[in-house]
Design a protein around this ligand. Structure first.
Ligand SMILES: Cc1cc2nc3c(=O)[nH]c(=O)nc-3n(C[C@H](O)[C@H](O)[C@H](O)COP(=O)(O)O)c2cc1C
Length: 87
């Protein structure tokens, strides 16, 4: 699988948008070369379930899932994430 970073070159900022539902999804997007992810419905689900606190909870869940996924793949920082974690 080629990365989007390889496809567009280093001069273009890549943001991943659409379908991000878990920290694992964030990991995949970053591994493919995105600098960051955008989240739409995931935070709206939190808003519906618990208002402002629900949004904070939804973001915290994504953050924790990413942290656990990084630990399980031996990745010490977000900057270290690359295509090796997809193998
Ligand atoms: C409540 C809400 C409002 C949105 N408003 C806009 C908008 O005004 N313009 C736009 O281009 N996309 C809008 N989007 C789309 C999001 O930016 C994003 O592209 C889309 O939600 C796909 O990501 P998701 O799978 O995380 O929901 C909106 C999404 C949501 C959930």
């Amino acid at each position: 699988m080629g990365s989007c970073r390889e496809a567009v070159g280093s001069e273009v900022e890549v943001l991943f948008d659409g379908g991000v539902r878990s920290g694992q999804d964030v990991m995949r997007a970053l591994a493919l070369g995105a600098r960051a992810c955008l989240v739409g419905r995931a935070y709206v689900y939190g808003l519906d379930a618990g208002g402002e606190a629900g949004v904070a909870k939804a973001i915290e869940i994504l953050r924790k899932e990413l942290s656990v996924t990084m630990a399980l793949t031996g990745t010490r920082s977000v900057e270290e994430i690359d295509q090796r974690v997809l193998n």
